[in-house]
Design a protein around this ligand. Sequence first.
Ligand code: ADP
Ligand code: MG
Length: 255
Amino acid sequence: MEMTKTGPAGSTGDPLIVLEKVNKHFGSLHVLRDIDLSIARGEVVVVIGPSGSGKSTLCRAINRLEPIDDGVIRFDDRPLPAEGKALAKLRSEVGMVFQSFNLFAHKTILENVMLGPLKVRKEKSSEVRSRANALLDRVGIANQADKYPAQLSGGQQQRAAIARALAMQPKAMLFDEPTSALDPEMVGEVLDVMTSLARDGMTMVVVTHEMGFARHAANRVVFMADGQLVEEAEPDEFFARPRSDRAKDFLSKIL
Ligand code: ADP
Ligand code: MG
């Protein structure tokens, strides 16, 4: 069932996202400490850890929403660009989905999905429209295309946000607690879309507390605490035999 996934980073030898000795401070707070992480093309990495451990900062650093102080981040074999067209291109190649859905309230769902390709990429409207409709179909909300975000449930809005990121045809997708703001009955429909993306070979970094998703869709679990990457392992191994005391303690609280 999950045999189409590539193995963990290192086994394919073809990294898409590479962090080397990455450090980041907010004032006196050392929020990312010597982070080394290599994510292979097609790999799905779930990042877990206590609140405040630096998971969101890590995600935001990868598409340069947060500049880092020290170290190197490479995406697709190039250091992250700092500004200009190259930065805009990076942002379109690294789709991001946040806890809050961040859709434009005064645009329809279809318009939200079409906006990036039209404005940033200057693509042809007819092509963008058909791609956007196909993506809405893929995330299961084709029939909501002409509604406004407020008319949709939280789960539908988050699926629209995923479709909007996919419309830019990204090389990787970052998810920062995409189901944390949802009512429980809507979590599954969003995780199903993410699982299907993972099975289709999308490179994904997913910060989540959904351990079922980590077990079934991830190639690797990365555990962070206090800005450090404390432990990483394949999901079965991590959940069965966490090595560090901090990981054991964290798992005992959430499982
Ligand atoms: P997580 O996502 O694991 O909960 P974050 O990456 O959001 O952790 O935050 C890590 C630490 O950095 C926290 O202590 C948080 O308060 C702090 N922090 C995050 N963003 C900022 C910021 N813009 N300015 C100052 N401190 C921040
Ligand atoms: Mg966070």
